[in-house]
Design a protein around this ligand. Structure first.
Ligand code: CO8
Length: 258
C-alpha cells in the first residue's frame, strides 16, 4: 500500500485501519487528506483481505473539523466548480462496514466524517459538535442531515444553532454513538468488535448494510421487499451452504466471502 502524507494505513487480520495523522492541528481535514481517505476506501473495497474498515485519529482529537486555514479564502463559485464534496459523497458508497473510533474532539467536518461511519465507538473524553456557526458557516458534508435523522429536528437544531459540544454521555444518550469506552481501551475494544464482524460471512455483512441503509428512504413495504431479495440472494452463496452445513455437522463454519 502506498505511503500517505496525512493518514496512516495498516491492514491486519481482516481489518483495514485508517488513522488521521495531522495531530499538530488536531487532524484538521484538508482536501488532500480526504482524497487520501477516499483512495484507501476504494482500495479497501476491492481487497479480499479487508473485511472491516476502522477509522481513528492520532493525538488528542479524532478531527477538529475541516481545515479552516485552507477554506478561509475560498469563494462559492470556485467551490461549486471544483465539486469539492464528491470525495465526501464517495465515502458513503463504501460497501464494507466502517467503524469509527473517536477520542477527543470530533467537530464540524470531523463529526461528519465520524457520522459517515456505520458504527461509532467513542472514548469517555470524546466531544462532538458542529461549531461551524461560530465561524459564519454551517455543516456542508451531511451534518444537518445525519444529526436530524439521529435525534429529530428539535434536538438537532439545538446543537447546530448553539455550536456547543456534546459529551460522550450525551452522544450515547442521543444514539449518536454505539459505545462509550475508557480512553486507554478505545482502540483495543474497537478492534475486538471489528474482528468479530470480520469473521462473519462477508456477503451477509454487506447485504445487511445495504438493507439497513434502505430503511431510511424506503417505505416499510419497499424495505421488506428489498430485504427479502437480499435474503434469497444469499442462497446463491457458498457461505450459506457452508454455514448451514457446519451447523448440522456441529463444527465452526469457514466463510470465504463467495
Ligand atoms: N482547522 C485548522 N486548524 C485547526 C482546526 C481546524 N478546524 N482546529 C484546530 N486547529 C489548529 C489550531 O489552529 C492550533 O494550531 P496552532 O497550534 O498552529 O495555533 C492547533 O490546531 C491546536 O488547536 P488549539 O490551540 O485551538 O487547541 P485548543 O485545545 O485550545 O482548542 C478546539 C481545541 C476547541 C477544537 C479549537 O481548536 C477549535 O475550536 N477548533 C476549530 C473547530 C471548528 O470550528 N471546526 C469546524 C471547522 S469548519 C468545518 O468543519 C466545515 C465542514 C464542511 C465540510 C468539509 C468541506 C471541505
Amino acid at each position: 500500500m502506498s505511503k500517505f502524507e496525512f493518514i496512516e494505513v495498516t491492514v491486519d487480520g481482516g481489518i483495514g485501519h485508517i488513522s488521521l495523522n495531522r495531530p499538530k492541528v488536531l487532524n484538521a481535514i484538508n482536501r488532500p487528506m480526504i482524497r487520501e481517505i477516499v483512495t484507501v476506501f476504494d482500495e479497501f473495497d476491492e481487497r479480499d483481505d479487508v473485511r472491516v474498515i476502522v477509522v481513528s485519529g492520532k493525538g488528542r482529537a479524532f478531527a477538529a473539523g475541516a481545515d479552516i486555514d485552507e477554506m478561509a479564502d475560498d469563494d462559492a463559485i470556485r467551490m461549486e466548480l471544483m465539486n469539492q464534496f464528491k470525495d465526501w459523497d464517495r465515502m458513503r458508497m463504501t460497501k464494507k462496514p466502517i467503524i469509527g473510533a473517536v477520542q477527543g474532539f470530533a467537530l464540524g467536518g470531523g463529526f461528519e466524517l465520524a457520522l459517515s461511519c456505520d458504527l461509532l465507538f467513542a472514548a469517555e473524553d470524546a466531544r462532538f459538535g458542529f461549531p461551524e456557526i461560530n465561524i459564519g458557516v454551517m455543516p456542508g458534508a451531511g451534518g444537518t442531515q445525519h444529526l436530524t435523522r439521529l435525534m429529530g429536528k428539535k434536538k438537532a437544531l439545538e446543537w447546530l444553532w448553539s455550536g456547543e459540544m456534546m459529551s460522550g454521555n450525551e452522544a450515547l444518550h442521543y444514539g449518536v454513538i454505539n459505545r462509550l469506552i475508557a480512553p486507554e481501551l478505545l482502540l483495543e475494544e474497537t478492534m475486538r468488535f471489528a474482528k468479530k464482524v470480520a469473521a462473519q460471512p462477508p456477503l451477509s455483512v454487506r447485504l445487511i448494510k445495504e438493507a439497513v441503509e434502505k430503511a431510511e428512504d424506503y417505505t416499510l413495504d419497499e424495505g421488506m421487499k428489498f430485504e427479502r431479495k437480499n435474503f434469497y440472494l444469499l442462497f446463491a452463496s457458498e457461505d450459506q451452504k457452508e454455514g448451514m452445513k457446519a451447523f448440522r455437522e456441529k463444527r465452526k463454519p469457514f466463510f470465504k466471502g463467495k
